[in-house]
Design a protein around this ligand. Structure first.
Ligand code: HPA
Ligand code: ZN
Length: 473
């Protein structure tokens, strides 16, 4: 893993522009086609991938609507959503705001509730299992009529506890935001957030319309806004979030080479740009790939990468205090770890899911899942300030704990007092660690409860210590 990839992985992130149907990987498309007896015009996963060669947005959409035909049952929508969430959970994404296209399904006779139930079951599970929060945004297909959009909004009305906002996607050129002014007004009156794709292929005038007529809270893409100085000044002044999708722009030929991407310029202009994957199964990369490949291509520095991660939370439809908490967590990653160590944080990091009774998880505690000590599901929370790892148990009751051996900071300061209620690893000498037993949230003994922490070669030590051998030792 490169230093750049390590930093991107270590940063907590939100993804704000993701079409769930665009996360349908060819393998799952094939499986669902078989499961549901649906014919698709490809005879192999390779043939599907080979078809993903687009010249513009419409080329892509033609294939995207064919692909989604395999989604039929509630289980299909659950599997689709779960696959995406699992993937971004591994990328240290903490919050997602995802689009779905109900008209792409209801027009095929799939009930609105089937779609919504499958998706929301997966979203709920990700929050329960991992603390990965989400918002669901219903998109209107702009190549269809406003009347059709109004009918869709009617279907959504009984379910507004699970739908947070409305969006506008599909073929942009020839379908300006003004076509949907009434339905966006109605959505606003229902208390829904409003976003719209604008300036992906359409002119700056479409971005103006989205702001003035649709009263959007965010602009999806917005690349072509850069052609209009007045608009740029306004977007900067209003700190309007732009959900930029670099690999999508490349694959849909908005730019010829990733090196030509305007993201760095957007930041320099003071725009609140974010990085997102749009339709990752079709465009060749999930959110971390978008950060990494773009940063490499246009030479983003660490401060710019950190700013992009912060913008992803600033632009999220979350309460202010939750946004602040995420920003503080990014600061902790950035400040609590030396530069060398920061580059070395190669582990998948996820916020400690519940903390230990009486102790609020410090913002700089991270769970590592990389098998260093030999256990499979463990997670040990790094405390970079103190150079210790706090052991714990994850929500599913499994032992949460792996050490971060290899990182220069954890283990390098033995002797700190263990946090009461927690356990901790310390390095005593190269290759040997000790887990100090403690108590988890249920006041159960960590040593007993989390014994899947089962560090290889672990044995009882004095006074509740476990003596463990590091695999790296
Ligand atoms: N642009 C517009 N509409 C879409 C997209 C996109 O990238 N993906 C799915 N619907
Ligand atoms: Zn999009």
């Amino acid at each position: 893993m490169t230093d750049l990839a390590r930093l991107v992985q270590a940063l907590p992130k939100a993804e704000l522009h993701l079409h769930l149907e665009g996360s349908l990987e060819p393998e799952l498309m094939f499986e669902l086609a078989r499961r549901n007896g649906i014919a698709i015009p490809y005879d192999s996963v390779e043939a599907i991938r080979a078809a993903y060669d687009f010249s513009n947005l419409q080329d892509f959409l033609d294939i995207y609507y064919v692909g989604m035909n395999v989604l039929v049952t509630e289980a299909d929508f659950f599997d689709l959503t779960w696959a995406y969430l699992s993937r971004v959970h591994d990328e240290n994404v903490r919050h997602v705001e995802v689009f779905f296209d109900p008209q792409g399904h209801t027009d095929r006779g799939i009930p609105f509730e089937t779609v919504l139930n499958g998706i929301s079951r997966a979203l709920d599970k990700a929050e329960a299992d991992w603390g990965l929060t989400s918002r669901l945004i219903l998109c209107f297909l702009r190549h269809l009529s406003e009347e059709a959009a109004i009918e869709t909004l009617e279907m959504a009305k009984p379910h507004l506890d699970r739908i947070h906002g409305v969006g506008l996607d599909s073929s942009e050129l020839g379908n300006p935001p003004s076509k949907f002014q009434r339905v966006f007004e109605a959505a606003g009156a229902l208390g829904l957030k409003r976003v719209a794709h604008a300036g992906e292929e359409g002119p700056p005038a479409y971005v103006h319309e989205a702001l003035d007529l649709l009263k959007v809270d965010r602009i999806d893409h917005g690349n072509r806004a850069l052609e209009d100085g007045t608009l740029v000044a306004r977007l900067g002044r209003e700190q309007m979030t732009l959900t930029v999708c670099p690999l999508s722009n490349l694959r849909l030929c908005g730019i010829k080479r990733l090196e030509d991407h305007p993201l760095k310029r957007m930041l320099a202009l003071g725009l609140r740009a974010t990085v997102n994957s749009d339709d990752p199964a079709y465009f060749g990369g999930y959110v971390n790939d978008n950060y990494i490949r773009t940063a490499a291509a246009i030479d983003l520095n660490a401060d710019e990468i950190i700013e992009l991660a912060k913008n992803s939370f600033r632009g999220a439809f979350l309460p202010a205090e939750e946004i602040e908490r995420h920003l503080a967590e990014i600061d902790a990653v950035v400040e609590g770890v030396s530069w060398r160590a920061r580059w070395a944080v190669a582990r998948r990091c996820a916020r400690y899911p519940f903390g230990i009774r009486g102790i609020r998880p410090a913002p700089n505690l991270y769970t590592a899942r990389k098998p260093v000590l030999g256990a499979e599901h463990a997670g040990i929370d790094f405390d970079f300030d103190h150079g210790i790892c706090v052991a714990g148990i994850d929500r599913s009751g499994r032992g949460a704990g792996q050490s971060g051996a290899g990182d220069p900071r954890p283990y390098s300061h033995p002797g700190h007092a263990a946090r009461s209620g927690g356990g901790r690893f310390e390095r005593r000498r190269a290759g040997r660690c000790q887990l100090r037993a403690g108590y988890d949230v249920r006041r159960e003994h960590v040593r007993r409860k989390s014994h899947p922490i089962p560090v290889s070669g672990c044995q009882s030590g004095p006074r509740g210590f476990l003596q463990c051998r590091s695999d790296r030792g």
